[in-house]
Write a protein that binds this ligand. Structure first.
Ligand SMILES: O=C(O)C[C@@H](O)[C@H](O)C(=O)CO
Length: 271
């Protein structure tokens, strides 16, 4: 199996708490992005001492309470399914803090991490703070919820977005990459994708490739899978009949999303 594709591991950590995914610098080639997905039954809790990591806690589905032991955000989260296609609530917690998530209802929660040194205030990023963007034309249309875009200075490194791509459409397309620390031309950002499909038996294709093709993998991605993008172009194609959702986390040495389109395919933007 591809090194970039991850199936849910679904490890039971304790009663009511399941670790669905766990991407770390130890078990992946990523240096700047760590990611966990957890499932919590009503009343279950998860807590963590962050150390030198900042964390964006995304209430992917269900309702949760979040505290950093000083500030409390109760009953956050807006949807039962991501395919309601409404933005959700998230909480940013800075390095050297401890946080706890408690499920009010059955909940799936994303924990998006990046190394961080300078403490910033804990912050609720409410659903209404998400910038909703419609990108592309024709079969390249997709909808983006900007949870933590680079225009929002609430984080030191993390960038977090949700993307919905309708049946028969493409996203991250034309293929682009952000793997050179060469601003203002391009930024270096690692990236993770957490995917869901509606209906859930669907699949999408994601290709990750570099100009020299030293990396060139095309993956069949199923509901709940993750794709890790250490470098390279990373387009997603969605077959007829299915809607695609993914949650992206990006981080690198500079918190700027400056991508470079594959010159072979950039023409479609002008066509
Ligand atoms: O399709 C897009 O506009 C980009 C996103 O799908 C995704 O966030 C990405 O590729 C970021 O580099």
């Amino acid at each position: 199996m591809s090194k970039l594709l991850r199936k849910p591991e679904n490890t039971e950590l304790k009663d009511g708490l399941k670790l669905v995914h766990d991407v770390t610098s130890e078990n992946s080639s990523l240096e700047y992005v760590n990611f966990k997905m957890i499932d919590l039954a009503p009343g279950a809790t998860y807590s963590e001492v962050l150390g030198k990591l900042e964390c964006c806690i995304v209430a992917v589905t269900g309702k949760i309470n979040v505290t950093d032991q000083e500030v409390v955000f109760d009953n956050i989260g807006t949807r039962e399914s991501v395919f309601e296609k409404v933005p959700t609530d998230s909480v940013y917690v800075s390095n050297d803090r401890t946080f706890e998530v408690k499920a009010v209802s059955q909940a799936r929660v994303a924990l998006c991490y990046s190394p961080s040194e300078k403490q910033l205030p804990t912050k609720l990023i409410s659903a209404s703070d998400n910038g909703v963007e419609h990108r592309g034309t024709g079969n390249n249309k997709r909808m983006v919820h900007n949870i933590l875009p680079d225009s929002d200075p609430s984080a030191n490194s993390l960038l977090v977005v949700e993307v919905f791509t309708e049946s028969g459409n493409w996203s991250s397309y034309p293929p682009h990459k952000h793997d050179q620390d060469n601003l203002p031309e391009e930024s270096f950002l690692e990236e993770t994708y957490y995917h869901e499909m509606n209906p859930s038996q669907g699949f999408v294709f994601q290709r990750v490739y570099t100009d020299d093709r030293s990396l060139d993998e095309t993956m069949t991605v199923e509901n709940g899978n993750m794709v890790i993008v250490p470098v390279g172009y990373h387009p997603v194609g969605v077959p007829e009949g299915y809607t695609s959702y993914y949650l992206n986390v990006m981080a690198g040495p500079t918190r700027v999303w400056k991508f470079h389109n594959d010159p072979d395919h950039e023409w479609i933007l002008k066509g």
